[in-house]
Ligand binder design. Structure first.
Ligand code: ATP
Length: 227
């Protein structure tokens, strides 16, 4: 589903190149969920951007659904994102001028794969039934993040990329949103790569890897564990 093969990524800085990812190998199978942890500045967002095809590796390969993103031009990468990926960020990125229902449908419409029954199911599971005609500003933070999750999952993407999806919420709401997210990801059959700072958030996912000094390893630094 998602594969990194010997991926290197550095940024140009006034002090010279800053190596962020060094020979990163990663394989995420269909339907598998993986937590990506690491200290601030360790390169988690960089890795997520590469997985989304928003940036390209300096060397090595990133394959999404078997296709190497470096071989695709930007329009083809945009199509791959639209057809294969769902994205959820800490900031909800809802469209303020669209209703709850239209926000939820947006991604699926763009991908040309609207599924009305699944959308209705999502609205109910997300606790947004009866709020379809409201606008995002008329929702609580937790409701807005649930809507952002629904929008990303409406096309049933093969891969969901989530960057601190509960980072903006209080602890109780974050717990509720996380368990809903995991349930719906399973129902959608999506694989998920989630960046988080929290071991508690990472715990229910299938696997957890740490980024340290540009390399990926298991939390203990030992061999990578599979459940
Ligand atoms: N466009 C850029 N140009 C130069 N340096 C960059 C750029 N983007 C990120 N960096 C640097 O690369 C390193 C990794 O950044 P990245 O945002 O991937 O880390 P992160 O693990 O996601 O951090 P955080 O947890 O704080 O969000 C950091 O040292 C950052 O300052």
């Amino acid at each position: 589903m998602l594969e990194f093969r010997q991926v290197h990524k550095a940024y140009a800085t006034p002090q010279g190149p800053l190596a962020v990812l060094t020979a990163v190998d990663l394989e995420l199978r269909p339907g598998e969920s993986l937590a990506l942890m690491g200290e601030s500045g360790s390169g988690k967002s960089t890795l997520l951007h590469l997985a989304a095809g928003l940036d390209l590796p300096d060397s090595g390969e990133v394959l999404v659904d078997g296709r190497s993103i470096s071989t695709l031009d930007e329009p083809a990468r945009a199509r791959l994102r639209r057809d294969t990926l769902g994205l959820v960020f800490q900031q909800f990125h809802l469209v303020p001028s669209l209703s709850v229902l239209d926000n939820l449908r947006l991604q699926a419409r763009l991908a040309g794969c609207e599924r009305p029954e699944w959308s209705t199911h999502l609205i109910e599971r997300l606790g947004l039934a009866g709020m379809e005609r409201r606008y995002p500003e008329q929702l609580s933070g937790g409701q807005q993040q649930r809507l952002a999750i629904g929008r990303a999952l409406a096309p049933r993407p093969a891969l969901l990329l989530a960057d601190e999806p509960t980072g903006n919420l209080d602890e109780t709401t974050a717990g509720e949103v996380l368990s809903l997210l995991l349930d719906l990801v399973r129902e959608a059959g999506s694989a998920m790569l989630m960046v988080t700072h929290s071991a508690q958030v990472a715990a229910p996912l299938d696997r957890c890897l740490h980024l340290t000094h540009g390399r990926l390893g298991s939390p203990s630094g030992q061999a990578v564990s599979h459940r």
